[in-house]
Design a binder for this molecule. Structure first.
Ligand code: CMP
Length: 490
């Protein structure tokens, strides 16, 4: 006790005789406390991110477990069939080509018929169509008459499913069309469950609406059932990745439509219906079967796909070739009614468009476009039309950066999640994390600002030279960049 009193008296004496020294000590003690507090806060953020990651991994694990069970069952079936050697010959005769059907034993999702009737009747109706019962284009969904449709709209406009989707589709020609509201009304935005959505999601609905809007069923006499099978399988072929999933495909499909229509591409290049069909087809499939890890990861880890495609546009080759394999099966052959010449041209454009989405080739495409713009090309020659279409899909692919902020922030969160998942896999394999993929060193703001400055804004400006109506994307991207400048997380 005495010693304590003595210490306190000594301390008080020292404080009075050397006040500056004590103020300094107090200040540095406060700074140290603040640093510790910040460190603590950072650790808490990291802990939270890791917990969220664990929860996501759990979701994916559940989904994979379910799929494993299904595969085991299928494998058992196959094992039984293999016991009968003649069965294999019979199977081969029935399916002479390599069939890849992401729906497995189904050919179509059990969609909501009323929903499709409402969508179809928004663009086409009995009175104007002279509806023919036997027509392949009306094989599955019978449109309403104008009067019936008015009545249906009034009845369902407040319905949480039908009303929400009809109202979302009312904006399909606008820059702020929101694929998330379509998805939320149908199945919710739970990325892990997107491949398993029973009745179809945003991609299914956006595709169906746009194919009717452009009247492609009629122009190419496309069998409605086959088209629904095709989009069911394409949607199911997208994985449950945070970003590269079927919602991203729906979003890119919508933006491609915007560039074609309000953006002015159809008019500027005088695009034929064949080219429009190719463009929408390409947008819908452009990331089909994307595994959620990028080309570099495949190349670094010498994966089977990297070897198969010789390290060149590995994923883009996968997307396009898998879908052309899929449509060898007549049940999914949405291009079946095209003549040989039409089919060749559609294939040529689709291959060119999808392969152009490899960001490793971005500089090459920008340079090609720069040359043609400097030469004041009229963009009416076939090669220029294909180049313009490829640029349009490339733009749609990264358009999230130039969308209204609410939409952009959701996508930037999703791409960061997917980047961090790749970073986790790299770390687990003992590899260095790719830039901006290390969740222990978050730098989203820095990554987004660099992406905007070096890639997005110059690219959108170039597209706006060809299509001045696309300047809206530059303005939005500038706004989104400012957001990060004011909300830096690093
Ligand atoms: P991919 O879809 O293969 O091709 C375009 C690429 O652009 C995409 O992969 C991402 O790597 C990248 N990308 C798209 N949007 C963003 C974004 N908001 N931030 C960072 N990178 C993006």
């Amino acid at each position: 006790m005495e010693a304590y009193i003595y210490d306190q008296m000594l301390l008080s004496h020292q404080m009075q005789s050397h006040p500056k020294e004590f103020e300094g000590k107090e200040l540095s003690a406060k700074e140290e406390a603040k640093t510790l507090e910040d460190q603590n806060e950072n650790l808490e953020h990291e802990l939270q991110a890791l917990k969220e990651n664990l929860a996501r991994n759990k979701q994916q694990e559940d989904a994979s477990r379910k799929r494993l069970e299904e595969l085991k069952r299928e494998n058992n079936d196959l094992a039984h069939r293999v016991e009968d050697p003649w069965q294999r010959v019979k199977d081969k005769q029935r399916d002479p080509c390599r069939l890849i059907n992401p729906l497995r034993n189904k050919t179509c999702k059990p969609f909501d018929k009323l929903l499709l009737q409402l969508i179809k009747s928004t663009y086409v109706n009995l009175d104007s169509e002279g509806y023919d019962d036997m027509s392949v284009i009306h094989k599955v969904v019978k449109p309403f008459t104008v009067l019936e449709m008015q009545d249906m709209r009034d009845r369902y406009i407040l319905d949480p499913l039908y009303g929400t989707i009809l109202m979302a589709l009312d904006k399909i020609d606008d820059w702020d069309f929101n694929v998330f509201s379509v998805q939320a009304a149908l199945n919710g935005d739970d990325h892990a469950s997107l491949p398993f959505q029973e009745k179809g999601g945003a991609l299914f609905v956006t595709f169906y609406a746009l194919f009717w809007k452009y009247d492609l069923f009629k122009k190419f006499n496309i069998d409605e059932q086959v088209a629904l099978n095709w989009v069911s399988a394409v949607e199911a072929g997208y994985h449950g990745n945070p970003y590269h999933n079927s919602m991203h495909a729906a979003d890119v499909l919508h933006v491609t439509h915007y560039i074609l229509s309000k953006g002015g591409l159809i008019e500027r290049c005088q695009l034929s219906d064949k080219m429009i069909l190719s463009a929408l087809f390409s947008a819908a499939i452009h990331d089909f079967d994307h595994p959620g890890i990028n080309n570099n990861f495949h190349i670094k880890t010498r994966s089977h796909l990297a070897t198969l495609y010789n390290d060149r546009s590995v994923l883009e080759n996968l997307h396009v070739s898998s879908v052309f394999e899929l449509i060898k099966n007549p049940a999914f052959n949405i291009l079946a009614s095209l003549s040989e010449d039409q089919w060749r041209e559609v294939r040529e454009v689709v291959v060119e468009m999808v392969l152009a989405t490899d960001m490793g080739l971005h500089g090459k495409y920008v340079a090609m476009m720069k040359t043609r713009l400097q030469e004041r090309a009229d963009f009416l020659q076939k090669d220029d039309k294909i180049l313009a279409l490829a640029m349009a899909l490339k733009m749609a692919d990264i358009s999230n950066c130039g969308r209204p902020q609410e939409i952009y922030l959701r996508w930037s969160g999703k791409i960061s999640d997917e980047f961090y998942q790749q970073g986790d896999r790299e770390r687990n394999l003992g590899l260095a994390c790719s830039p901006f993929m290390d969740r222990t060193q978050p730098a989203i703001a820095k990554g987004q600002i660099s992406f905007m400055n070096y890639i997005v804004i110059p690219f959108f400006e170039q597209i706006s030279e060809l299509l001045p109506n696309m300047r809206v994307s530059v303005d939005c991207a500038e706004g989104n960049k400012t957001y990060w400048a004011q909300n830096d997380d690093s």
